[in-house]
Design a protein around this ligand. Structure first.
Ligand code: PGA
Length: 260
């Protein structure tokens, strides 16, 4: 099963994950990080930026983003090209030529999924993939019903996801209707998955992803199929777990050599 780590705050969770990534990067400076957008991974990026100020060199790290909107110009402030540049590439000092985001250009969208898969494969895949989870259970933009074997492709966003993301746009109508996203099969090829969920609004969906059946209805439940998955939640997101006491006990008694 996934290891579930319950922390007292998103900042503590971010620091924990950042420390682990820093260890990986010190071990191999050309580490490949799978990056996610949304509010959830921000504490990880903030803590990694602090690691950088303390001397961690991330300039050899490659990054692959999970997804992108279709039809937003790359330089639109809410395109994931822009968001990843602003929230990840710049503050962490990554080399922009080593950061990839799926191509959401409508003119070439028909081949964009296959091109991204080819790039990922040619690169040798992702070492650690950061994931958030949508209130509808999505990971990346794999909306409920997405094939558990899916590869990078176009998806239609659910009304719920568009409403959740409306906060980033001036009006809800401006949220694009389509996206390109790594598939669940793509995500499962990363060596280590780190799924983060913070706040009471995620308590129900994260419990279903971790403890419910593996089902395309909750795409986040795909983590149960992965040999190395870590789930980091704060107390507010941990209230619906049936086995919370067990997770706490396991983490408290974890051998130091195991790492995250
Ligand atoms: P959030 O989004 O981190 O902004 O809550 C998560 C997601 O949609 O995957």
């Amino acid at each position: 099963m996934a290891e579930v780590v319950i922390v007292d705050s998103p900042a503590t969770g971010g620091a924990l994950v950042a420390r682990h990534i820093a260890t990986q990067v010190r071990h191999s400076s050309d580490f490949t990080l799978g990056v996610a957008t949304g509010s959830t991974p921000l504490p990880v990026y903030a803590a990694l930026a602090r690691e950088r100020s303390d001397g961690l060199d991330l300039s050899g790290v490659s990054a692959f983003a999970l997804d992108e909107y279709v039809g937003l110009p790359r330089d639109h402030p809410e395109s994931y090209h822009s968001v990843i540049h602003r929230e990840v590439t710049e503050p962490l000092g990554l080399d922009p030529s080593l950061v990839r985001v799926p191509d959401g250009d409508e003119a070439t969208i028909a081949t964009a999924g296959e091109r991204y898969e080819t790039e990922l494969d040619a690169h040798g895949g992702v070492g650690l993939q950061l994931l958030g989870i949508g209130t509808d259970g999505h990971v990346g933009f794999n909306e409920p019903g997405s094939s558990l074997a899916s590869l990078t492709r176009i998806k239609t966003l659910t009304a719920r996801t568009r409403a959740d993301n409306a906060r980033f746009f001036d009006t809800p109508e401006q949220v694009p209707t389509h996206c390109i996203t790594q598939g669940i099969g793509t995500i499962l090829r990363a060596q280590h998955l780190v799924l983060l969920a913070f706040g009471a609004g995620k308590a129900d969906v994260i419990a279903r992803a971790v403890e419910g059946p593996v089902t395309a209805t909750i795409p986040g439940s795909c983590i149960q199929l992965h040999p190395h998955a870590t789930v980091v939640v704060d107390e507010a997101a941990a209230t619906r777990f049936e086995r919370a006491d067990y997770y706490r006990w396991v983490y408290e008694h974890k051998p130091a050599w195991q790492g995250l």
